[in-house]
Design a protein around this ligand. Structure first.
Ligand code: PFF
Length: 460
């Protein structure tokens, strides 16, 4: 349904005022690095390799690439397009293109805050382990005690929240973009160095076999659902992070090259993560999640020559990847407070940082420190419940609603005009984009949502 209301429902003086004050990326490359920084995170480095191995190795990689291409990329372009068109935070953006649908943006900023709270807990562990490796006190058997120590849990959560707040408080260009320009190349180099080190280990051959050996028997409907879920989380879709970053793009920036570059970089790093983790481990993984990185990898580091340095670099790598993601999660809420509540950036950061820290405390204490938080519903602890509710359900629901709003409320033609304005060469592909957004992505996402609801489990 094409109502044409998008351009008529806001008043001009409002646009002129906010558009001149609105921050923008210094360049398109600044956006690409910051958005790739959001996408590349813990999801790539430890979740992707593990999910790949458990879901059929090489076969899963192929299904994942298809999910990224046919679902991730079109949804990414959709989110960035809504952001650039409206130059607003998710709530304001949906309000502009489809009055009455502001709640989709609200769902996004709430899930952003929810994810930020528990993601910062895990991110805090990476600093904790970087510190431990520098002090030479890494112990593969020490993870349980670490999780049960409330001082370390709260301390590292606070440290990571402060770090994120500091970057976000410095602003879009001076904070987020500058951080991404320095950290992303560094992350890439660190990863390359660690991969090369891993490939020289005697365990490399066996590890790579486990990672990539196709196991066709594992190819089921679940494989497709896991691939879609992983693509969503990994590409930071469904909660308005890409929309928020897209809202700092200028009218002349080519949206298609932006979306393609971010998706390609995220996928490259995910694939590289497999080449980093498996050669070091050398055998199949039976457990994913935290124990992969904080137990199994450490056990391997302790046997190898130069293990301490490798461990330090590995945890620094994880911390950097996590930081560029938490910054984007926080910026979603910040942009809302600035746009809709006219708050100053610093006050917005203080409020959001405090809120996400407070919300993170129960997650930080739910892995051993406070027994009543470890089993809340069906044996799941607080952190797992947050991951399920926000990292699985809310993201997928948000993605589904984005497709519906773009196609049926805003009208595909407006979205296509926004893209074609700066990327005229996209014209022959516009119809394919429409089909993917109207049919392919919603069906796949709805399938995933139903799976999560019916089984009551997420994908971690
Ligand atoms: N994409 C990040 C990762 O792979 O770790 C996680 C994430 C960041 C999800 C930002 C959602 C988001 F908005």
């Amino acid at each position: 349904m094409d109502t044409g209301r998008s351009s008529s429902n806001h008043n001009e003086s409002d646009v002129t005022m906010s558009e001149t004050q609105r921050p923008h990326w210094g360049s398109k490359m600044g956006f690409i690095l910051a958005a790739a920084g959001s996408a590349i995170g813990l999801g790539n480095i430890w979740r992707f390799p593990y999910i790949t191995q458990q879901n059929g190795g090489g076969i899963f990689v192929i299904v994942y690439l298809l999910a990224v291409l046919f679902i991730g990329l079109p949804v990414m372009l959709g989110e960035i397009t809504i952001g650039r068109h409206t130059q607003r935070n998710p709530v304001g953006a949906y309000g502009r293109i489809a009055p009455g649908w502001r709640f989709v943006g609200a769902l996004g900023i709430i899930s952003g805050l929810g994810i930020l709270s528990y993601y910062s807990v895990v991110a805090g562990w990476t600093i904790g382990y970087a510190v431990k490796s520098i002090g030479g006190s890494l112990d593969p058997n020490g993870f349980g005690a670490f999780l049960g120590d409330w001082r370390q849990q709260i301390g590292y959560l606070a440290a990571f929240s402060l770090l994120t707040s500091f970057v976000v408080a410095s602003g879009v260009q001076a904070g987020i973009e500058r951080m991404a320009r320095v950290l992303m190349p560094l992350l890439f180099l660190l990863m390359l160095g660690l991969i090369i080190r891993g490939l020289t280990l005697p365990t490399a051959g066996a590890g790579l076999k486990f990672y990539l050996m196709p196991d066709v028997d594992k190819l089921t409907t679940k494989t497709f659902l896991f691939a879609v879920g992983q693509a969503f989380f990994s590409l930071s879709l469904g909660m308005g992070a890409m929309l928020t970053y897209g809202a700092y793009l200028k009218k002349e920036d080519n949206l298609v090259t932006c979306a393609v570059a971010v998706v390609a970089l995220d996928t490259l790093i995910a694939l590289m993560a497999g080449f980093l983790i498996f050669p070091v481990i050398g055998h199949g993984l039976h457990k994913g999640g935290p124990s992969l990185v904080f137990v199994t990898m450490i056990a391997q580091f302790s046997h190898m020559t130069g293990g301490t340095v490798t461990a330090i670099l590995f945890f620094v790598l994880l911390a950097l990847a996590a930081l560029t993601s938490t910054v984007s999660l926080m910026e979603v809420f910040i942009s809302y407070l600035i746009d809709e509540w006219h708050m100053r950036r610093l006050s917005a950061v203080v409020l959001t940082g405090t809120l996400s820290f407070a919300l993170g405390v129960p997650s930080a204490l739910s892995l051993g420190a406070v027994p009543s938080l470890t089993h809340i519903i069906h044996g799941k602890g607080f952190l797992d419940i947050f991951d399920f509710a926000f990292g699985n359900l809310a993201l997928t629901l948000g993605g589904l609603l984005m497709c519906i709003v773009l196609i049926y409320r805003w009208g595909f033609r407006h979205a296509a005009d926004e893209v074609l304005g700066s990327s005229p060469k996209f014209r022959p592909f516009a119809q394919t984009w429409k089909i993917l957004l109207q049919y392919v992505a919603p069906v796949a996402i709805a399938g995933l949502l139903i799976y999560c609801l019916v089984t009551g489990t997420g994908l971690s």
